[in-house]
Design a protein around this ligand. Structure first.
Ligand SMILES: Nc1ncnc2c1ncn2[C@@H]1O[C@H](COP(=O)(O)OP(=O)(O)OP(=O)(O)O)[C@@H](O)[C@H]1O
Ligand SMILES: [Mg+2]
Length: 422
């Protein structure tokens, strides 16, 4: 499907609320393809958030406000003194559900128009709708006309019945409300919501990977989320509620040291696979509760790696099980792109290759210009991808589909009116 792009010159902003950090990017669309140039960035440690869910409103609000202000100040020239208004915000895989859904609409032998496609998508949305869920994405992934499948672009073709296979992503309303209220307290309007792993894929994958089939694994602090792309679309998404933070906590417990020391040891000496060091290499582990320099335990580095490896294996095995349960088979593709802050652990690519039995490469944002070095790494894939979503794929937003459909019947008109107003 050809996507409608945001107009050149528009200023767009993304807010990525993660379990370990909050990041905000402000950018300007620089051409008709939806490419953008980043003008302002802000990021800081996440407070009041656990696995994508707000657990302390006041702390989360303050962290969001501070992050957004930093980005606004840096982009002050472009904003011309106006505060930022609209943002696209991520939805953690932890809060989302995703499923495929088939619907059909009558086209009575006529040429299939854009509106017929929208009618079908709106029908899928209507049937998937419930009071306690919010629709995040409606992605058309395949069409059939009068039972003939494999149709990529039905517009302009003729038939009696148009069937659309959609991938729908929903989230639970109450968790979203708390998050939205934190964002809105910074005087921001949520222009769009986007699943974190979808954004990560939009940021990291090259076009061929999106077309031919690739699985993106975004290993963050509290969540490892999965999205599968094929035929240019996201066709599946899921998440495992474990991430880099769990590895850090295991180290802190296993070596009786603080979380901060465990994090540092992981990043400096950690490795995903044993056998990379013999038993003779020693590292210094500050003892818990000892503030003075020198109060350290000398432990073999292999002990640290022995703590890290089983946890990562557990996470990757859960990811593999989710991939197998998806039933996608060869649609998963041979390629895995590993991203997210936790993907930086040495040896993780090799371990993933071994556990998942796929070709694995490391991914980071590739469609973004103007990103300062501090924020162009894999931890910011989701943040960058939120901008790509807004600039290139906003036609997959459920509200956009509803707003533009012309209902075929009076009853459908009434239903849409009710939906829009309530
Ligand atoms: N150099 C490094 N080596 C290993 N792990 C690292 C490194 N740098 C960061 N990490 C880990 O990355 C994780 C944070 O990743 P990221 O910023 O992608 O998470 P997040 O977006 O805040 O969380 P989530 O997406 O789960 O809500 C932390 O657990 C941190 O320990
Ligand atoms: Mg994240």
């Amino acid at each position: 499907m050809k996507h409608k792009k945001k107009p050149k010159g528009s200023v767009v902003a993304a807010l990525d609320i993660g379990s370990t950090k909050i990041a905000c990017f402000i950018a300007r669309i620089i051409d008709d393809e939806g490419n953008y140039n980043v003008l302002g960035v802000g990021h800081q440690a996440a407070l009041g958030i656990k696995s994508g869910r707000v657990v302390d409103m006041a702390a989360a609000e303050a962290a969001i406000r501070h992050t957004v202000h930093t980005a606004e100040n840096m982009a002050a020239d472009a904003l011309k003194g106006f505060p930022l208004r609209d943002v696209v915000v991520n939805v953690s895989g932890n809060l989302a559900n995703s499923f495929s859904y088939n619907v059909d609409v009558q086209v009575s032998g006529q040429e299939i128009t854009d509106n017929d496609v929208r009618r079908a998508l709106a029908k899928a949305q209507d049937e998937a709708y419930s009071d306690d869920t919010e629709l995040i994405h409606t992605i058309p992934i395949g069409y059939r006309i009068d039972g003939n499948d494999g149709i990529k672009e039905p517009r302009g073709m003729y038939g009696d019945v148009l069937e659309v296979n959609t991938h729908l992503v929903t989230s639970d309303v109450s968790s979203l409300r708390s998050m939205a209220s934190c964002v809105e307290s910074s005087h921001l309007d949520i222009e769009a919501l986007c699943l974190s792993s979808y954004a990560a894929g939009l940021a990291c994958l090259v076009e061929d990977e999106m077309d031919l089939g690739a699985t993106v694994i975004d290993m963050g602090g509290g969540t490892t989320s999965i999205s599968v792309f094929n035929g240019g679309n996201m066709i599946f998404s899921d998440a495992v509620l474990l991430g880099g933070q769990h590895v850090t906590t295991d180290i802190a417990k296993g070596l009786t040291t603080s979380i901060a020391s465990a994090e540092r040891l992981k990043n400096l000496y950690g490795h995903a696979m044993g056998g990379t060091t013999d038993g003779s290499e020693m590292i210094d582990v500050p003892q818990l509760g000892e503030d003075h320099q020198g109060q350290v335990n000398h432990v073999p580095r292999s002990l640290l790696i022995g703590i890290i490896q089983p946890r990562l294996e557990e996470i990757l095995e859960l990811v593999r099980a989710k991939m197998e349960m998806s039933g996608l088979g060869t649609h998963l593709g041979r390629r895995v792109v590993l991203t997210g802050g936790a993907s930086q652990l040495h040896g993780l690519r090799e371990l993933s290759q071994h556990v998942l039995n796929k070709q694995v490469r490391l991914g980071m944002p590739i469609r973004t210009s103007g990103l300062p070095d501090a924020v162009n790494g894999p931890a910011f894939s989701t943040t960058a991808g939120l901008l790509t979503y807004l600039s290139e794929r906003s036609d997959e937003m459920p509200a956009e589909i509803l707003a533009q459909v012309e209902p075929a019947s009076a009853w459908e008109r009434v239903k849409f009116w009710l939906r829009e107003n309530w």
